[in-house]
Write a protein that binds this ligand. Structure first.
Ligand code: ATR
Length: 269
């Protein structure tokens, strides 16, 4: 029997997840199907309940349903609790498990694909929405020297700092004037709108990595980073594939090889 999986979102037509999981399945010999599931904005629970009742084994959850999926899950992993959002659901023996693989995917992309240790590094994370929140615990677990969280609305960064026992330093963008970093991660929605957070010229230490969670296009942040001394500039395609691999591992107990899948997506983009 082929086990059924899907990615649920609205919109969902653009999702690369079906292609990624098809690659993982053929590479590992797993007998699964993986579809796109468009849920009405007011019909998330009904849509996924129907999927589960008809034998679905698991779902990836994308915009704008990750918080709703968090509430829907009956049990949650520690990293889902820390993220306050669920991007992976696993259905087994009547159980509904919620996980969040986004932050782990980011850290795997940084440390394995981009070969950057985060240990003792000065790291700047920009943004205080769901994308940033999911990254905090996995990044802190790598023991950076400091994790600064910059946000336009500084109160949101302060709230996140409190939530994480003040292990990160909240900051408005103006406070970055005198600071520089080894790794700068853009988790804002600015790139989606073709915008750039207000950043000072001296932001990057020599050889620094500039990372944008967006993929598919050169973002204003990536272009700015190239002009302002970043040693390496990366988009979020590796993170996308790595979070998918974490989900696949949760569902199937097998870890796929991500490297050829990232390469394939890059050349087909
Ligand atoms: P997501 O859940 O995808 O992270 P979100 O919750 O809407 O999305 O969060 C968007 C983030 O991008 C916020 O941190 C937002 O800053 P504010 O909290 O001040 O609104 C940030 N953001 C959006 N556009 C931005 C811009 N042009 N410059 C800087 N930050 C921006």
């Amino acid at each position: 029997m082929t086990d059924k999986y899907a990615v649920v979102g609205n919109p969902v037509a653009h999702s690369k997840s079906p292609q990624i999981h098809a690659e993982f399945a053929s590479q590992t010999g797993q007998d699964i199907s993986y579809e796109r599931l468009l849920a009405p904005l007011d019909g998330f629970v009904e849509t996924i309940e129907a999927f589960r009742q008809t034998g679905g084994k698991g779902l990836n959850v994308t915009v704008p349903f990750k918080e709703e999926a968090f509430r829907y899950a009956r049990t949650r992993t520690a990293r889902a609790e820390a993220a306050g959002a669920v991007n992976t659901l696993k259905f087994e023996n009547g159980e509904i498990l919620g996980d969040n693989t986004d932050g782990a995917g980011l850290v795997r992309d940084l440390t394995i694909n981009l070969k950057r240790s985060l240990k003792n590094k000065r790291i700047l994370l920009m943004g205080a929405g769901g994308a940033a929140r999911g990254a905090i615990a996995p990044v802190l677990a790598e023991y950076p020297a400091i994790l600064v969280l910059a946000n336009r609305t500084v109160e949101k960064a302060q709230q996140l700092a409190e939530l994480f026992d003040n292990k990160l330093v909240p900051a408005p963008y103006e406070a970055l004037m005198e600071q520089s970093f080894d790794i700068v991660i853009n988790a804002t929605a600015a790139s989606l709108k073709g915008e750039l957070p207000p950043l000072p010229d001296q932001l990057f230490n020599p050889g620094a990595l500039a990372y944008d969670m967006m993929y598919g296009t050169e973002t204003p942040f990536m272009a700015w980073a190239r002009q302002h001394g970043a040693g390496t500039v990366a988009d979020g395609l590796g993170m996308l594939v790595e979070q998918a691999a974490e989900s696949f591992y949760l569902w199937r107990g097998v870890r796929p090889d991500t490297e050829p899948v990232i390469q394939k997506l890059r050349t087909s983009a």
